[in-house]
Design a protein around this ligand. Structure first.
Ligand code: TRP
Length: 466
């Protein structure tokens, strides 16, 4: 076994290396979890699904589905020291290898829309540096909201502009993957991540002193059961998988690089807790702004882009902090994309023996062409609808609400019913080094009975069978 310092997500190397320490494991896993999912998707979905009730169901899903799935993926990964496809081969459970293939599909589907939203973030970096938001502080409330919403709709509706940003995003991702400067990027991100979180805390504090703060908090935290429809519950479930990057075997690969002395139950709980905290803080930063400026909480994907410039216009040095916010967010998004694109790239490399550079080019070209359908929510291809949804919504829906939970269900069935209990206890207790029998038993009960049952009930419920 090889020890490498400071290398966190060097996941496709041939020699089995391990992370250098428990802290490195924590940060690498958190680095995959934190991304546009927290900053953009969480507030968007909370707003569209009526607030506190959605947050409540989301938290339950993290506890009963997300964390158990993450522990299971870590277990499979560290035991087999392989990626998702190879892991099930080693375990003589070839039929579960489908999880690896589902992962390839899920990562492509997610990339189709993720790179578009990342493009919007990149363009906001450019626009905030150019000074587009400079005069916002002097405008009265009504005009200020019109001003930001015009900038947002110009960003997403231009016939060429969104496409250009999407290409820039893919070029950045491709260059990093081909040039192998991933390590440098990861080190930078580790530095920027705490800065991003501090900045979110600053906006959170400013937001909490706005006039609409109590209404915002009320929206975020008060539970209105009447709003909990089957589709709201399904999207909370989907978000919990998407957020923790589980259900497609990514965490199997991460687990395969864990050290033998890592307490994997604790690691998964710490990652889930920290990731959720970031989402809640961003929610507490955004919803007070929504109610102070009379915006629509259910505005959809534009919520982040319409509220963030407004709150920074109320903070000293807001223009500079706004640039910093979008720069840090673009780094977090880029990091998450690297971990996603890695999945189909490794697949092509290992299954079809295509060299790395070619694999990257093939995958990014596919993402670009199919992703084009999403890059214009309301222009060229935006009008085309399938099953009543735009391509943007469709890719998002299928990946989060179908593919990831199905992957999670298969993982829960494999570990809960096909694995030997002794193997699981042995691995999760680090060969009885850890004194965590109670935690393991609790995990196994949840994984065997609650996780699959809840997944099946929510599925059947959402297609109207029960
Ligand atoms: N969790 C990331 C986010 O919130 C997205 C992500 C990265 C992901 N890698 C993944 C989602 C693998 C599912 C699977 O932005």
């Amino acid at each position: 076994m090889f020890q490498i310092k400071n290398t966190t997500k060097n996941l496709v190397v041939e020699k089995r290396e391990t992370f250098s320490s428990g802290l490195a494991i924590f940060f690498a896993t958190l680095g995959s979890a934190v991304g546009l999912g927290n900053i953009w998707k969480f507030p968007t979905l909370v707003g569209m699904n009526g607030g506190g009730g959605f947050v409540f169901v989301y938290l339950i899903c993290i506890l009963l589905l997300g964390i158990p799935t993450m522990i299971s993926e870590f277990y499979i990964g560290r035991k087999t020291k392989s990626n998702a496809v190879g892991a099930f081969k080693k375990l003589n459970a070839n039929s579960f290898g489908i999880i690896g293939y589902l992962g390839v599909i899920a990562s492509l589907l997610i990339m189709f829309f993720y790179c578009v939203v990342a493009g919007w973030v990149y363009s906001y970096v450019f626009k905030s540096i150019r000074g587009d938001f400079k005069n916002l502080a002097n405008l009265p409330i009504g005009e200020a909201t019109n001003f930001v919403s015009n900038i947002y709709s110009n960003t997403i509706n231009g016939s060429i502009e969104p496409m250009i940003w999407q290409v820039i995003v893919l070029l950045v991702v491709g260059t990093i993957l081909i040039a192998g400067v991933k390590n440098g990027i990861e080190k930078t991100t580790k530095l920027l991540m705490p800065l991003l979180i501090s900045l979110i805390l600053i906006i959170c504090i400013r937001s909490l002193t706005l006039e609409g703060a109590s209404k915002g908090l009320n929206f975020l935290f008060s539970i209105d059961l009447s709003k909990l429809t089957p589709s709201v519950i399904l999207s909370a479930l989907g978000l919990s998988f998407f957020k923790l990057s589980v259900g497609m075997g990514t965490m199997i690969t991460y687990g395969s690089y864990f050290t033998e002395d890592n307490d994997m139950i604790k690691t998964s709980m710490r990652v889930a807790f920290s990731d959720t905290l970031v989402s809640i803080i961003i929610g507490m930063a955004i919803f007070p702004v929504v109610f102070t400026f009379n915006l629509e909480p259910g505005a959809g994907p534009g919520l982040l882009f319409n509220t963030i410039p407004l709150v920074f216009s109320k903070i000293p040095f807001g223009n500079i902090l706004l640039i910093a916010f979008f720069v840090f967010t673009s780094f977090a998004a880029t990091m998450s994309m690297l971990s996603m694109v890695e999945v189909p790239v490794t697949f092509l490399k290992e299954e079809y023996k295509i060299d790395r550079k070619k694999s990257v080019l093939i995958v990014l070209t596919i993402i670009f062409i199919i992703g084009l359908l999403t890059s214009h929510p309301s222009s060229i291809f935006g009008d085309i609808k399938l099953f009543g949804k735009s391509f943007f919504d469709l890719y998002d829906y299928i990946s989060s609400n179908l593919v990831l939970p199905i992957g999670g269900l298969l993982i829960a069935i494999y570990v809960g019913y096909k694995s030997k209990k002794d193997d699981i206890i042995n691995e999760l207790s680090n060969k009885s080094e850890l004194n965590n029998t109670k935690a393991i038993n609790l995990y196994l009960v949840i994984l065997k009975y609650l996780t699959p049952l809840l997944l099946i009930i929510v599925f059947l419920n959402s297609i109207g069978i029960i």
